[in-house]
Write a protein that binds this ligand. Structure first.
Ligand code: ADE
Ligand code: ZN
Length: 338
């Protein structure tokens, strides 16, 4: 049964989104508009056809279409439009802080300049800060299906812009590409003062989560579903207070779970883990952050206290300074009582 007071609480709570691939927010309408504007041929005749193609059996199925979608992004303005469209949706869901992933290798491989990608995304983020009051951090991901050498080359390309990039992440095809493959790149990123996070345990085994912690020294874990299979790992994540960026609708659409009621959020909260709710690639998975909150709140019958905890975790798990986190926690308290 829908619970109206719980739903209203979700809508009015301030939130941070910590797991969002900006390229995964490319809605079919914008895909079409950019294809036309840039003269790029796409294998779809209508928005409806595009949406119908968004049916996936696993992560790789999705990634094939996700990388294909990027082909319409050519100019700085395209990255601006993409990011601005996401920020407007995030604002409507009362997101007050975003930590956005981008995949430079998905673009530089196609001949675009690193700066074109960075500048377009960043210009929109700066406008979002001023016009919408949404603060941001930018996280550059390495594509794990590519080599260590290519990841190092990407980090080299980023060197002139390190004052504009806050962290590095690791994404793309997980199984067969363990975190260990990127130990040395992450060590270099940490030496450069960058924050570090990585996708682990989405499809890959608990061992990959161990590696992300031990070898990459990540500050948080993106997804982390399969960490729950390993009791010692669960204790470690709880003891270290590590944040998990869970993506419920993504898990459902990528067949990581069979039913939204199987979302790991319930077990993570019960085990004292610091779970957060995120949308991952909302244009492909059928919902932005509030849709993800609503789906799990209904399916898992989350209490209002649990929903508030998830919103609090999103700020305390962010890379914001403690003073900013405290300000957002106060705003959450006001939203609860108001
Ligand atoms: N790239 C975009 N979304 C992803 C996901 N959910 N897992 C791995 N790589 C991704
Ligand atoms: Zn992701």
């Amino acid at each position: 049964m829908p619970n109206p007071s719980r739903a209203a609480l979700i809508d009015r709570l301030p939130k941070a989104e910590l797991h969002l691939h900006i390229e995964g927010s490319l809605e079919p309408e914008l895909l079409f508009a950019l294809a036309e504007r840039n003269g790029v041929a796409i294998p779809f005749a209508s928005v409806e056809e595009v949406r119908a193609a968004y049916s996936f059996f696993n992560l790789q199925d999705f990634l094939d279409i996700y990388y294909q979608g990027m082909s319409v992004l050519l100019h700085e303005q395209d990255f601006y439009d993409l990011t601005w469209a996401y920020l407007l949706r995030a604002d409507a869901d009362n997101v007050r802080h975003v930590e956005i992933f981008f995949d430079p290798q998905g673009h530089t491989e196609r001949g675009l300049a690193f700066e074109t990608v960075l500048s377009g995304i960043e210009r929109a983020l700066k406008d979002g800060e001023v016009q919408l009051g949404i603060s941001y951090r930018l996280i550059m991901c390495f594509l794990r299906h590519l080599s260590e050498e290519e990841a190092f080359a990407t980090l080299d390309q980023a060197m002139p812009y390190l004052d504009r990039i806050h962290g590095v992440g690791l994404d793309s095809s997980e199984v067969g590409h363990p975190p260990a493959k990127f130990s040395r790149v992450f060590a270099r990123a940490r030496d450069l003062g960058l924050h570090v996070t990585a996708h682990a345990g989405e499809e890959g085994p608990p061992e990959y989560v161990h590696q992300a912690l031990d070898l990459l020294e990540v500050e948080r874990i993106d997804h982390g579903n399969r960490a729950l299979e390993d009791a010692a790992l669960v204790s470690r994540i709880a003891d270290e207070g590590l944040t998990l960026t869970v993506c419920p609708l993504s898990n459902l659409r990528l067949c990581v779970i069979k039913d939204i009621a199987d979302s790991p959020v319930r077990r993570m909260l019960d085990l004292g883990l610091k779970a957060t709710i995120n949308s991952d690639d909302p244009a492909y998975f059928g919902g932005y952050i509030n849709a993800n909150f609503h789906a799990v709140a209904e399916a898992l019958d989350l209490t209002e206290a649990e929903i508030v905890k998830l919103a609090e975790n999103s700020f305390t798990g962010s890379f914001l300074p403690l003073t900013d986190q405290a300000r957002h926690l106060n705003e959450i308290a006001e939203a609860v009582h108001g």
